[in-house]
Design a protein around this ligand. Structure first.
Ligand code: NAD
Ligand code: LMR
Ligand code: MG
Length: 658
């Protein structure tokens, strides 16, 4: 199956789609064995003989040169044979074996690693991202071989400003940061939570074509490529394309020279995963002598905030234009940090804001799936199970959408439950975050419900159009609850089991179709196979995961040059995702694009974010492309601009410089 021809044609298609062009040379300051030990430069047996001579590699490698394509095929064959050989073994053993083989490739040859990842994202996302990344985090201290990203701990207080300069790359554009306190639905995993920013980073590379800001050498590589491509522009290759493009855009004609630079001077975005280790309250980890993090209880209150403050100051001192994505912080700190930093720094919280946009896109899709106009969203009865950072973010965004459709006086039919059941205004010590969404007692009594009513009671009495889980509790949508959804007032009830990883999903896809009926729309946070409903019918499984938005939010924000991320930019991202599906797809219960097209959707989301930033006068442009140029671009041109800034891995000729 993995034939060179297939690789070559896929490569050609992608090259066209993402305009990789011939790569410029990378300048490398090392020689010989040092290059072979640097995964960014290492091509293993792929070094051509001329390069082996140039870089002092002759004799350090077996004599035969194997092309990139052959290396790719060879890796895929080993991967497929591993799949075959591990058949029948427990899922966790198979998943970790797959993760290991990919991780080993990542450790030795990043170009090939990212290439196989991008080209096979549908197969590999479940390994480098949810669900396997959860297993990796749980076992991280044992699996650890090489560090990735940066680690700051409570012991580094007062030192962070200088420590940040230990990172060898001069430029960092995106940081994915966690404190490990709420890793997926797995709870507090302390330092082991670093697996999440690393997994998100891999999704950034796959979806947004960012590159890993891991070494000064890496940066040189990019700059080498930029200079080389500029040279190409001067000899007319890019200029030819660009002039043609400018001709179709009369307003921009005079700027064609500028756009030559804009096109040729690709600005690959550098990202960095970071762990902020402030201790852990996970007793098992505290007692584990091999645990790699601080074996101390988590810092709380002012002490905690002062660590995060110091880290943020350090980041923005060194990289004033960086964007920080907060990931998997426990709820109180997720909201607190978002409120504290959102206007001061360019940052967002993926679990609150990214999830909300993805869920909203899915919720609007379910309205369309019922054959109703979007304005009917205001009449949808939605039961949200889980009043944490994700659930509250979803409700806030859904209510904003209702007021856009029907005005601020509209009264949405949304119900919120947490571990103590239905949340009403009667709740003692109600969480301030949940309070705005609590129903009045009168309202719920009319339905025969009361404060703290169970999920089953709520589903039976409310007959919701949508049941949406963000509770982190696996199997909570049990047979009875799912059967109760058969009485839903919707012609196509929707079940969103969004908790991760798979074992924490509120129900499986198979159970949802079995118990709630074949006409449901189903989405889950972690992937499930489509369900065979017999008679040639298929129950479609959607993956409702923030991966469809965060790469585009990050990339779009960066290219826009906005200094903070506004609600309008996030809304534009969600609406872009929502509008991506055709009527035909929606009728088949397909609410989200296939993960195989994640680059295309990321480009569109990124463009929507840029255009919103321009419209709100927040954009300042990035590198050579200023706000005026952004403002002149049509939607399609903005999408193409985003695509041109996506990296597609291909070996660059290496040039040694002392
Ligand atoms: N699919 C996605 O894109 C996506 C995005 C973000 C979070 N998530 C998942 O959502 C889950 C929750 O994340 P979070 O950040 O909101 O966590 P959180 O800890 O902030 O909130 C969890 C909420 O669930 C409630 N809960 C616990 N047990 C319950 C029960 N038995 N019945 C009803 N509610 C119960 C808790 O009271 C709390 O309100 C996690 O599993 C996470 O992986 C998925
Ligand atoms: O990491 C994911 O897969 C989605 C989300 O950010 C989560 O916390 O579950
Ligand atoms: Mg998350």
């Amino acid at each position: 199956m993995w034939r060179v021809a297939r690789f070559a044609s896929a490569n050609l298609r992608r090259t066209r789609r993402f305009s990789t062009a011939i790569p410029g040379p990378c300048i490398v300051h090392k020689r010989g064995a040092d290059i072979l030990h640097d995964p960014w430069f290492n091509k293993e047996v792929g070094f051509p003989l001329s390069e082996r001579d140039r870089l002092g590699l002759r004799g350090l490698l077996p004599p035969r040169v194997i092309s990139f394509e052959q290396q790719y095929v060879r890796f895929m064959e080993s991967f497929r044979s591993l799949e075959k050989n591990t058949k029948g073994q427990p899922d966790s053993v198979v998943s970790l074996a797959k993760w290991r083989i990919l991780n080993r490739l990542h450790d030795r040859n990043e170009t090939l690693y990212y290439r196989v990842l991008i080209d096979n994202i549908k197969d590999f996302a479940p390994i480098i991202y949810t669900p396997t990344v959860g297993l990796v985090c749980q076992n991280y201290s044992g699996l650890f071989r090489r560090p990735r990203g940066m680690y700051f701990s409570a012991k580094d207080k007062g030192e962070m400003m200088s420590m940040i300069y230990n990172w060898p790359s001069h430029q960092v554009d995106m940081i994915v940061l966690t404190d490990g306190s709420r890793i997926l639905g797995l709870g507090d995993l302390g330092v082991q939570g670093i697996g999440i920013p690393i997994g998100k980073l891999d999704m950034y590379v796959a979806a947004a074509g960012t590159v890993v800001g891991r070494a000064g050498a890496m940066l040189d590589g990019c700059m080498g490529a930029r200079l080389e491509e500029l040279a190409w522009a001067r000899v007319g290759w890019v200029r030819g394309r660009c002039a043609g493009w400018a001709r179709t855009n009369p307003k921009l004609k005079l700027k064609s020279q500028f756009y030559v630079c804009g096109i040729s001077n690709k600005v690959f975005l550098l990202i960095l995963p970071v762990m902020l280790d402030v201790g852990t309250n996970n007793q098992k980890l505290l007692e584990d002598r091999l645990y790699l993090g601080l074996r101390e209880p988590r810092l709380e209150g002012e002490e905690y905030m002062s660590i995060v403050d110091e880290f943020m100051e350090a980041v923005y001192t060194r990289w004033p234009k960086a964007i920080v994505q907060f990931e998997d912080f426990q709820m109180k700190w997720a909201f607190e940090t978002l409120q504290r930093y959102r206007k001061r720094f360019c940052m967002f919280n993926d679990d609150i804001q990214g999830t909300a946009g993805v869920a909203l896109a899915g919720l609007l899709g379910t309205v369309r799936a019922q054959g109703r106009p979007l304005t009917d969203f205001v009449n949808q009865k939605i039961v949200v199970v889980g009043a944490g950072s994700a659930g509250l973010g979803v409700l806030k965004t859904a209510i904003q959408a209702v007021s856009r459709f029907a005005g601020p006086a509209a009264d949405p039919h949304f119900f919120l439950l947490d571990k103590n059941g239905l949340i009403t205004k009667e709740r003692n010590n109600i969480d301030p975050g949940a309070a705005p969404f609590a129903k009045s007692l009168g309202e719920v009594e009319e339905l025969g419900l009361k404060e703290g009513a169970s999920l089953l009671e709520v589903v039976r009495k409310v007959k919701p159009h949508v049941l949406l889980g963000l509770s982190g509790v696996g199997g909570i949508f049990n047979e009875e609850v799912l059967k109760a959804m058969r009485e839903s007032d919707s012609s196509k009830p929707a079940i969103f089991a969004m908790s991760n990883p798979t074992m924490n999903a509120e129900c499986t896809a198979a159970d949802a179709f079995k118990h709630a009926g074949e006409n449901i729309v189903f989405a889950s946070g972690s992937p499930f196979e489509n369900v065979d409903l017999g008679n040639g019918k298929v129950g479609h499984v959607n993956q409702a995961n923030n991966m469809y938005l965060f790469p585009g939010i990050g990339l779009g924000t960066l290219l826009s040059g906005a200094h903070f991320i506004s609600d309008g930019m996030l809304q534009a991202a969600a609406e872009c995702l929502a509008s991506n599906m055709t009527e035909e797809e929606i009728q088949q219960g397909i609410l989200y694009p296939s993960i195989g097209s994640i680059r295309d959707i990321t480009a569109e989301v990124g463009a929507a974010v840029i255009q919103a930033a321009v419209a709100e006068e927040l954009a300042e442009g990035h590198c050579d492309v200023g706000v005026r140029e952004l403002g002149h671009m049509t939607k399609e041109e903005t999408i193409q601009y985003v695509k041109r800034n996506m990296w597609y891995p291909i070996y660059s000729p290496l040039v040694h410089e002392k």
